[in-house]
Design a protein around this ligand. Structure first.
Ligand SMILES: Nc1ccn([C@@H]2O[C@H](COP(=O)(O)OP(=O)(O)OP(=O)(O)O)[C@@H](O)[C@H]2O)c(=O)n1
Ligand SMILES: C[C@](O)(CO)[C@H](O)COP(=O)(O)O
Length: 374
C-alpha cells in the first residue's frame, strides 16, 4: 500500500457553473460525479486512505453513498477545505484532486507517484500554445504554464505552508511561497476543469444520467391551537385557530418536505431542522421548504410532481385549493399542473374527526437533472 492519502475536494458551491445542479452532484448514469470520480481514482493506485471533502450541508447525504471513504466537512474556500482534510492525513504524502477535474487519466497519477521524492510538490502543467497578452502586451508564452490538479505534496511541507492567512489558489503556490521545492510534470488536456458547464462536452467518457424516477412519501399531523394564525401550504387561512408546533405549524409544507427528502434518499425534516433548535421556533415553513428545494436541485434532481391528501374535518379546504396549489408550485419551482391536492374528512372518526387537528400525506416524484441535453 502506498504511503499516500488521496483527498478529493468536493465542497465547492459551483457558483460559476451554469447548470441547476452543483457539478459534484451531476449524475453519471446513477452515480453522482463525486462518487464516479473518486471510485475511478481509487482504481488508479493503492492509496492508503481516501478522503472526500464535502460541503457541510451535504456531508450527511454523501455518507449515504459509500462506506469506503472518509468524509470531512470542507470550509468556505478551497484552501480551508484542504486544511480541514489535512487534519485527517497521517501519511508522508498527500495527493489533492479537484472533483471538478473529472477526466484525469491514470497516466498523470502514476507519473506524480513516480516523482514523489523529487520535490515538496509535484504538479501537472500544460504549456500554452496560443499567443498570450498580459495588460495589452505580448509576453513570452514559454514562461506561461497552466497548473492542474491532482498535485502530490509532502504532507509536512503542505501543512507548514498552509499555516497562513494568505489564500492560494492551489497547493503548489502555497508550498512555493514557503520556499518549498516544486517539480512540474506534463499535465493532460483530459484533466480539463469543469467551471462554467460547457467543459462537459470535452469529457465524452461521462455517461448521461439514468432515466430513473424516484418516489418519496411524506406525512405530518398537527393539533389545533386557539387564537393562532393558520398557515397551510404557505398561505394564511381565514380561521380563528392555527396549529400547535415549534415552527409556524404548516403541516402541509412539512409533509411536502418529507416527501421530497424521501424521494432523494436524504432522511427527514428533523435531520435538517431539529425541533429542539431555537432558531426554528415560530419559523415560516416556506423558508424551510425553500432550503430543501435548493438542496434537491443542488444534489442533482428535478421535481416531477407532487400529490397531496389533506385529511381535515375542519377547516374547509376546497375554497383554498387553487391558492395552495399556486403557492406550492411556486415554492417547488414547478408548474401548477404538477401539484395535485385532494382533501377528505375523517368521517367524524378519531381525533381528526373530532376536529382536533389536521394530517397531510404527500407523494413526490423526482428525476435526475439531465445535464447532457442543455
Ligand atoms: N470551499 C471550497 C471551494 C472549492 N472546493 C473544491 O475545489 C475545487 C476547485 O474549485 P472550483 O472549480 O472553483 O469549484 P467551486 O468552488 O465549486 O466553483 P465556483 O468557484 O464556481 O463556486 C472543486 O473541486 C471544489 O469542489 C472545495 O472543496 N471547497
Ligand atoms: C487548483 C486549480 O485547479 C489549479 O489550476 C485552480 O487554481 C482552482 O481554481 P478555482 O478558482 O478554485 O477554480
Amino acid at each position: 500500500m502506498l504511503d499516500v492519502t488521496l483527498i478529493v475536494l468536493c465542497a465547492g458551491n459551483s457558483s460559476r457553473f451554469e447548470h441547476k445542479a452543483k457539478k459534484q452532484w451531476l449524475r453519471i448514469d446513477n452515480e453522482p460525479l463525486w462518487l464516479n470520480v473518486t471510485k475511478k481514482l481509487a482504481t488508479y493506485a493503492n492509496f492508503q486512505k481516501i478522503i472526500v471533502t464535502s460541503h457541510k450541508n451535504e456531508i450527511s447525504y454523501m455518507n449515504n453513498f459509500s462506506d469506503d471513504f472518509c468524509f470531512v466537512a470542507g470550509g468556505n474556500t478551497r484552501q480551508e477545505s484542504i486544511k480541514n482534510s489535512l487534519d485527517e492525513v497521517n501519511t508522508k504524502y498527500v495527493m489533492i484532486s479537484d472533483v471538478a477535474r473529472a477526466g484525469i487519466p491514470q497516466s498523470v497519477i502514476l507519473e506524480l507517484l513516480e516523482n514523489k521524492d523529487k520535490a515538496d510538490c509535484i504538479v501537472p502543467v500544460l504549456n500554452v500554445s496560443d499567443t498570450v497578452i498580459y495588460n495589452e502586451n505580448t509576453i513570452n508564452r514559454d514562461n506561461v504554464k497552466l497548473i492542474q490538479t491532482p498535485q502530490l505534496s509532502n504532507t509536512k511541507a503542505l501543512k507548514e505552508s498552509l499555516k497562513t492567512n494568505t489564500e492560494y489558489t492551489d497547493d503548489s503556490s502555497a508550498i512555493k511561497a514557503n520556499n518549498g521545492s516544486i517539480k512540474y510534470i506534463k499535465g493532460s488536456t483530459e484533466s480539463t476543469k469543469l467551471t462554467f458547464g460547457n467543459e462537459l462536452e470535452e469529457i465524452p467518457s461521462l455517461k448521461a444520467p439514468s432515466n430513473n424516477f424516484f418516489t418519496g412519501t411524506g406525512f405530518d399531523i398537527h393539533q389545533f391551537e386557539e387564537n393562532k394564525e393558520m398557515y397551510l401550504g404557505g398561505i394564511k387561512l381565514p380561521v380563528e385557530y392555527g396549529f400547535k408546533a415549534h415552527s409556524d405549524g404548516d403541516v402541509l409544507i412539512h409533509s411536502v418536505i418529507d416527501a421530497l427528502l424521501g424521494a432523494a434518499g436524504a432522511g427527514d425534516i428533523g435531520e435538517f431542522f431539529p425541533d429542539t433548535d431555537a432558531q426554528y421556533k415560530g419559523i415560516d415553513s416556506k423558508v424551510l421548504l425553500k432550503e430543501i428545494v435548493d438542496f434537491i436541485y443542488n444534489v442533482g434532481y428535478e421535481i416531477v410532481n407532487i400529490d397531496l391528501t389533506i385529511i381535515a374535518q375542519k377547516p374547509k379546504i376546497n375554497p383554498h385549493k387553487q391558492e395552495i396549489k399556486s403557492s406550492i408550485a411556486k415554492l417547488l419551482g414547478i408548474e401548477k399542473q404538477f401539484v395535485n391536492i385532494k382533501a377528505t374528512t375523517a368521517e367524524k372518526m378519531g381525533f381528526i374527526g373530532r376536529s382536533e387537528g389536521v394530517a397531510v400525506q404527500s407523494i413526490a416524484t423526482l428525476k435526475y437533472y439531465n445535464w447532457i441535453k442543455r
